[in-house]
Design a protein around this ligand. Structure first.
Ligand code: MN
Length: 316
């Protein structure tokens, strides 16, 4: 009779060597399973020389949890090196998704030298072309579906474009891999933000996604990251705490809050270590999330056709 293991392997359609890999302990060294991004060294070089020449760096992200994790990973990375950078969380209502030509004009006007788009960019043709034509350098860290033509950025870091791997992953993961390469070390906090983004963007929990998530959950210690402790409340830090507590709260802000000055508080929340600020912003995030819950409740009670985009007015 066929062994139970063989029957299971057939059932799950995995080979014995894949099974062995699943059993192997995940580490900071092997979680990416040997996958790497083409041109990641070039991206590192662009940022390194920009810093050497004291160039002005601008990060343009997105308003959902993945976008906010991606911006926060870069902002925190630069703060480790005490290098000042500017960043922007676009408003779903005032800017919409992705770098616009209008915003690119602002960036150029303000004298920035290097633009890094995160969780957007692969379809921002006009904005990126404008920046390039005006002498800026542009890096794109994204994971969205690309057109056949790519924007004329200097380099694009993308799971498919950069031949990273078959399994889709989040922009936070892509950005984390850059930060890891740039810093020359695995940073647990940045990895934790990337792990959150994998869950919040509902990426398949397989291969490197699963490994990173497993690793950050295993490594997590209560009291280590005050902001994450606040968000997850009394739960232990697990995939379900991310999916049920952390991600919905961060997404609620991007969904409901209109003005950029408030949106930027989310990145401050993930990059600051000022306890008072964190307590304060946590309360604000919770209040926005309560609004979100209230709206969802009303919407479900009333009808299936309630326009929740109007909800922004309530939460401002
Ligand atoms: Mn995303």
């Amino acid at each position: 009779m066929e062994s139970l293991l063989n029957r299971l392997l057939t059932y799950f359609q995995i080979s014995e060597s894949e099974y062995q890999k699943l059993l192997a302990p995940v580490s900071e060294e092997n979680f990416a399973m040997g996958h790497s991004f083409k041109d990641i060294d070039k991206c590192v070089e662009v940022v390194r020389s920009a810093m050497k020449e004291n160039k002005k760096i601008y990060i343009y992200g997105d308003y959902d949890c993945d976008g906010i994790m991606s911006i926060s990973i870069l902002v925190k990375m630069f703060s480790y090196l005490s290098y000042p950078v500017s960043y922007y969380v676009p408003s779903r209502y005032l800017d919409g998704y992705g770098l616009t030509l209008k915003h690119a004009e602002e960036i150029v006007k303000n004298g920035y030298d290097l633009l890094i788009t995160v969780d957007n960019g692969v379809t921002a043709f006009e904005g990126i072309e404008y920046c390039k034509k005006n002498g800026m350098q542009v890096l794109v860290f994204d994971h969205h579906q690309t057109d056949e033509v790519l924007p004329i950025a200097d380099y694009i870091l993308h799971p498919v474009v950069s031949n990273f791997g078959e399994t889709p992953t989040s922009a936070g993961f892509v950005t984390f891999m850059f930060a890891k390469e740039f810093l020359g070390r695995y940073d647990q906090y940045l990895a934790t933000l990337a792990g959150i983004s994998v869950v919040s963007d509902m990426m398949p929990i397989r291969e490197y996604n699963r490994n990173l998530l497993k690793l950050v959950i295993e490594e997590y210690e209560e009291g280590q990251f005050f902001n994450i402790d606040l968000l997850k409340e009394k739960e232990s830090f697990t995939e379900s705490a991310i999916g049920m507590k952390i991600a919905p709260k961060v997404n609620a802000v991007g969904r409901l809050v209109e003005d950029e000055d408030s949106l930027i508080k989310t990145v401050q929340f993930f990059t600051s270590e000022d306890k008072n600020l964190l307590l304060n912003y946590n309360e604000w995030i919770n209040s926005v999330n309560s609004e979100r819950k209230e709206i969802t409740k009303i919407a479900t009670e009333n009808s299936k056709e309630v326009d929740t985009s109007k909800a922004a007015i309530i939460a401002r």
